[in-house]
Design a protein. Structure first.
Ligand code: UDP
Ligand code: GLC
Length: 408
C-alpha cells in the first residue's frame, strides 16, 4: 500500500517479520543454533557435523544427551552444549500417551532452547525430537526454524502419532525443510507435508579423506586376517531394519572363501537383535566367516579393505551415507533397491541394487563380483567418479548456504 509520502509500506505478518529479521542478519555471518537429540554418532549426526563445521565461528550445537557426538564436535572445534541431563523417553513407534508423558521432560528443555535462541538467527533442527523442541521454542522466541529431515515418514519407520506430530510441527513452524533425498521429500509430502517448504539436499563428504586410506587396505586386511578371501563389508548400526541378518543368510549361499565384516554397534538399545545375529552366525556354521568389529570411529580404511560393500536395509533407506562412502573409496557396492539408495546407485553402471530382503539375489551379486573382479572394479571406478561429482562437501555446503539465505 502507498502512504501519502509515496513510500511503500509493507505490512508484515509475524512470521514474515521473523524472516526479514533473519534477512538482515545473514549477510553478517549466520548465527545458527543447531539441535540434535542424541549424543550417539549416527549418520544424521555425522552429516550435521559436516554442516556445523562450516558455521563454527558463529554457531552452537545443542544436544539432548552427551556422548561421542559431543566429542567429535569438540575435536572439530565446533561449540557444543549438552542441554538436557537425561535423554527424552519417546521412541519412533511411541503412541500418543507415551509421547504426552514425556512433556514434563520436554518443557524445561523448550524453555531453555527458547531463551538460548534469542541470541541466534536461526534454529536448525536435525532430528525428530529436536524438531519438537525447536518448533515450540521457535514459537516462543520467534527465532525462525529450519528442519533437516533425515527420516522417511512412513508406517515402516514411525507410529501414526509421531508422523502426524512431525508433519504438523514442520508445516506450522518450519520456514524451510531440507530433505536428505527425493524419497524422503516424497514421503513427507505424501504424509501431508507442505511441498512448498521442502527442498532436497544430499549429504556432503570431504573428498580428501578418501584419497589415501590410512592404514592402507593390505595392512587392514592383514590385521583382520582376511588374507585372500573375498570380503563383504557391512557398515551400519546393528538394528533389525538395517538387515545385517540378510547378509549373514546370503553368506551361507556363497562359497567358503567369502567372508563378512560387520562394522557398527547397536546404538539405540537393539541388544536382542545383536544376540539374534550372533545366534544366526552360529546356527549357520559361519563363525569363522563373520567378524563383528563393533563401532569404529574411522571406517574409510575398513571400507577400502573390502572387496564389496553390502547395504541391506529392509525398509527404505532415507539416504544411506555408507553407500556413498563405498563409492568414494572405489569399493564396489550393492544396495537395497528402495528409498534414497535408488538415487545414489545406477544399477550396472555405478553399483548393484537388489530387492530389500532378497537373500538369493544378494548372494548372486556377491558371487558375480567375486567371479568378475575386473567388471566389479570398472563399475566401482565409475561410481567413484560419479560420487566425487555429486557429493563433494563444498558443493553441498553451498547449497545449504543458498537455501538458508533464500529464507531471507
Ligand atoms: N559408521 C561409523 N562407524 C561404524 C559404523 C558406521 O562411523 O562403526 C558410519 C558410516 O560410515 C556412516 C554412518 O555411520 O557414515 C551411518 O550412516 P547411514 O546414513 O549409512 O545410516 P544411519 O545409521 O544414519 O541410518
Ligand atoms: C539418517 C538416515 C540415513 C541418512 C542419514 C544422513 O540417519 O537414516 O539414511 O543417510 O540420516 O542424512
Amino acid at each position: 500500500m502507498k502512504e501519502e509520502g509515496g513510500d511503500e509500506i509493507l505490512k508484515l505478518s509475524p512470521s514474515q517479520s521473523k524472516i526479514c529479521n533473519l534477512k538482515s542478519k545473514v549477510s553478517m555471518g549466520m548465527k545458527i543454533l543447531f539441535l540434535d537429540q542424541t549424543g550417539k554418532l549416527g549418520g544424521a549426526e555425522l552429516s550435521l557435523l559436516e554442516i556445523a563445521r562450516q558455521y563454527r565461528e558463529t554457531s552452537l550445537v545443542g544436544l539432548f544427551e552427551d556422548g561421542l557426538f559431543r566429542q567429535a564436535l569438540e575435536q572439530q572445534q565446533v561449540p557444543v552444549n549438552v542441554l538436557a541431563n537425561r535423554s527424552i523417553q519417546v521412541r519412533k513407534d511411541s503412541g500418543l500417551w507415551q509421547s504426552l508423558g514425556s512433556l514434563g521432560q520436554l518443557l524445561p528443555l523448550v524453555y531453555r532452547v527458547a531463551q538460548l535462541s534469542r541470541s541466534y538467527d536461526l534454529i536448525y533442527t536435525n532430528t525428530q525430537k529436536a524438531l519438537v523442541v525447536g518448533a515450540l521454542a521457535s514459537a516462543i522466541s520467534r527465532c525462525p526454524m529450519v528442519y533437516h529431515l533425515r527420516d522417511i515418514l512412513s508406517v515402516e519407520h514411525f507410529s501414526r502419532t509421531n508422523r502426524g506430530l512431525a508433519i504438523s510441527l514442520a508445516n506450522r513452524f518450519a520456514v524451510r525443510v531440507i530433505a536428505n533425498s527425493e524419497a524422503t521429500r516424497a514421503a513427507f509430502i505424501e504424509a501431508g507435508g507442505r511441498a512448498d517448504l521442502v527442498q532436497v539436499i544430499y549429504n556432503g563428504f570431504e573428498l580428501s579423506l578418501y584419497d589415501t586410506p590410512d592404514p592402507a587396505p593390505e595392512i587392514t586386511r592383514r590385521q583382520l586376517e582376511l588374507n585372500d578371501r573375498f570380503v563383504v563389508g557391512h557398515f551400519s548400526r546393528l538394528s533389525p531394519w538395517k538387515g545385517q541378518h540378510i547378509l549373514i543368510e546370503a553368506l551361507a549361499h556363497c562359497p567358503d572363501n567369502v567372508v563378512a565384516i560387520l562394522v557398527g554397534d547397536a546404538l539405540f538399545g537393539e541388544q536382542d537383535y545383536v544376540k539374534q545375529l550372533h545366534q544366526q552366525v552360529k546356527a549357520l556354521g559361519l563363525s569363522d566367516r563373520v567378524q563383528f568389529l563393533g563401532f569404529r570411529k574411522e571406517v574409510i580404511s575398513l571400507i577400502a579393505a573390502c572387496d564389496l560393500v553390502a547395504h541391506t536395509s529392509t525398509a527404505p533407506e532415507p539416504f544411506g551415507r555408507v553407500i556413498v562412502e563405498a563409492m568414494l573409496c572405489g569399493t564396489p557396492v550393492v544396495a537395497a533397491d528402495a528409498g534414497g539408495a535408488v538415487e545414489l546407485v545406477s544399477p550396472g553402471k555405478t553399483g548393484w541394487l537388489t530387492p530389500p530382503g532378497d537373500v538369493l539375489k544378494l548372494a548372486s551379486v556377491i558371487q558375480d563380483c567375486q567371479k568378475m573382479p575386473e567388471k566389479a572394479a570398472a563399475i566401482a571406478h565409475q561410481a567413484q567418479i560419479d560420487a566425487r561429482e555429486r557429493f563433494d562437501t563444498m558443493q553441498i555446503q553451498q547449497q545449504i548456504q543458498a537455501c538458508l539465505q533464500k529464507i531471507r
